[in-house]
Design a binder for this molecule. Structure first.
Ligand code: NAD
Length: 488
């Protein structure tokens, strides 16, 4: 394992290979054990300029290659990733903390994304639009936008890189990836696979380093026309405000997602969904359930069953316990925020129903571990009910009418995802129509699939990933109005 990490430590991926970065080093830690597992090189301004120039130089040939060529490369990439999933998952668990089986699942989903966008690559067409004047015709063509910078967070180190990588490659855009400084090795590993898949040098680059230095340099760079960003709303806003030129921005940002359980819900299914989407990946998911509203008649039974199922979750070091339900949190900062939101809720009158502390015992002393935690009888002024916790904490409150519940869900600066459990058709219809979010999941909690668009509203972002719509983010339209002169 250490040999594997040694291959990536201090490296940048440029011109189709791993090279030593020349810049200052930053440590990368295993969050379950607190040990330093490697380091990254902060890309220097000259290295950034050279990478952008390389990407720019291959843009024309890559975007004009037959779509079939790009599709074949993506299929090859998907196969290579799938075949090496176990080893790639180990690297992810080492740097991110999620249990190995879950990490492997993420790698396999990245492989699926490669195949999905390989299939989409050959189905990008334009349109012919009739004109009012005889003798004219309008052609609308789609052209790849150019060099893309992808800036990504640490919670899904493979998928959040991969969605951007696959769509950019399918569209014909070279891509420069700046992964999170906490989870850089998964990105370098993926990049190495692109070289093995035959993707030409310069099309894919990985530049490591911290956000304010390397990420901001990419945002500022005049030869990069598009930024594909996933991260916090705060950083997304900073990028939007600091961008020195007009660029295409897609910003996939934070949320404070709600689950609504009406008296018409199947209670067992609602409890199962609440556990999964509140605590999977230790709540470090942009679409994690942060707050739950339960219709008053069902409230006591829901709380009791939810607490019981939550206490049964197995916490463990993700490498030693590959099938644990949850591992360590990836970093100290989100754990501190989780504790702060918990203290705030308890101070304001919430009741602790499950969890509330770090797990005791051997193996938990040095890592960022915390028990999945539920607080009940929450009020709207509590941080857990209005801010993104991004940790294993969820707040629960009772409601009396559906109008009230919908209003509470929508009373948020965020608009990423919302979940609801009900078997009542009228309620389902109202919820689907009235929840002001980009993704609604009813009677389950898996809001995102690869072939439908996924994106947020309000402070949760602009633009989408996944689906045909996600691919279109990497194109610009051109209208060619042709006077052919045939008037009959
Ligand atoms: P973050 O905003 O701190 O960092 C994200 C990336 O931005 C990192 O690579 C970081 O180095 C870089 N960055 C930081 N400052 C920058 C700057 N000034 N210029 C350019 N780049 C900069 O987010 P995080 O803590 O890594 O990730 C957690 C956040 O990501 C949560 O808010 C979560 O909701 C969000 N997220 C959103 C989605 C989505 O699809 N909407 C998915 C996953 C995570």
């Amino acid at each position: 394992m250490q040999d594997l990490l040694a291959r990536f430590t201090g490296k940048l991926f440029v011109r189709g290979g791993l090279i030593d970065g020349g810049g200052p080093r930053l440590p990368v830690r295993n969050p379950a054990r607190g040990e330093v597992i490697g380091e990254i090189a902060t890309a220097l301004p000259a290295e950034i300029d050279a990478a952008v120039a390389d990407a720019d130089a291959v843009f024309r040939s890559w975007s004009r290659a037959p779509a079939r060529v790009r599709a074949e490369a993506l299929h090859a990439l998907g196969r290579l990733i799938r075949d090496d999933a176990r080893s790639m998952a180990q690297v992810m668990t080492m740097e991110q903390g999620k249990p190995l089986n879950e990490a492997r699942g993420e790698i396999l989903k990245l492989a699926e994304a490669c195949h999905f966008y390989a299939e989409e690559a050959v189905r990008v067409h334009g349109e012919i639009i009739p004109n009012d004047q005889p003798g004219y015709q309008s052609l609308v063509v789609r052209e790849a936008i150019g060099v893309v910078a992808a800036i990504t967070p640490w919670n899904y180190p493979a998928e959040l890189v991969g969605w951007k990588l696959c769509a950019a490659l399918a569209a014909g855009c070279p891509i420069i990836i700046k992964p999170s400084e906490s989870t850089p090795f998964t990105a370098l590993y993926i990049a190495e696979k692109t070289q093995q898949a035959g993707i030409p040098a310069g099309v894919v680059t990985v530049l490591t380093g911290d956000g304010p230095t390397v990420g901001q340099a990419l945002v500022n760079h005049p030869a990069i026309p598009k930024i594909a960003f996933t991260g916090s709303s705060q950083t997304g806003l900073r990028i939007q405000q600091s961008c020195p030129a007009i660029k295409r921005l897609s910003l996939e940002l934070g949320g404070n997602c709600a689950l609504l359980v009406t008296r018409h819900a199947e209670l067992g299914a609602a409890v199962q969904g609440a556990v999964r989407r509140s605590f999977r990946n230790m709540g470090q998911i942009c679409i994690a359930i942060n707050r739950i509203y339960v219709e008053r008649t069902l409230y006591p039974a829901f709380l009791e069953q939810f607490a019981q199922a939550t206490r049964a979750l197995v916490i463990g070091d993700g490498l030693q316990h590959p099938d644990a339900d949850v591992g360590a949190m990836a970093l100290a900062a989100p754990l501190q925020k989780t504790r702060a939101h918990l203290e705030d809720a308890l101070r304001k009158g919430a009741h602790l129903v499950a969890g509330g502390a770090a797990p005791a015992g051997a193996g938990f002393e040095r890592g960022h571990f915390f028990q999945p935690t539920i607080v009940a009888d929450c009020t709207p002024d509590m941080l857990v009910m209005k801010e993104e916790t991004f940790g294993p904490l969820v707040g629960v409150a009772a409601f009396d009418t559906l109008d009230e519940a919908i209003a509470r869900v929508n009373d948020s600066p965020y608009g990423l995802a919302a979940y609801a459990y009900t078997q009542d058709l009228k309620e389902i219809h109202r919820l689907a129509a009235e929840l002001d979010v980009g993704n609604v999941a009813i009677n389950h909690v898996d809001a995102g699939i690869m072939n439908a668009p996924y994106g947020g509203r309000k402070q949760s972002g602009i633009g989408v990933e996944h689906g045909r719509e996600g691919l279109l983010e990497y194109f610009q339209f051109k209208h060619v109005r042709l006077r052919h002169g045939v008037e009959g």
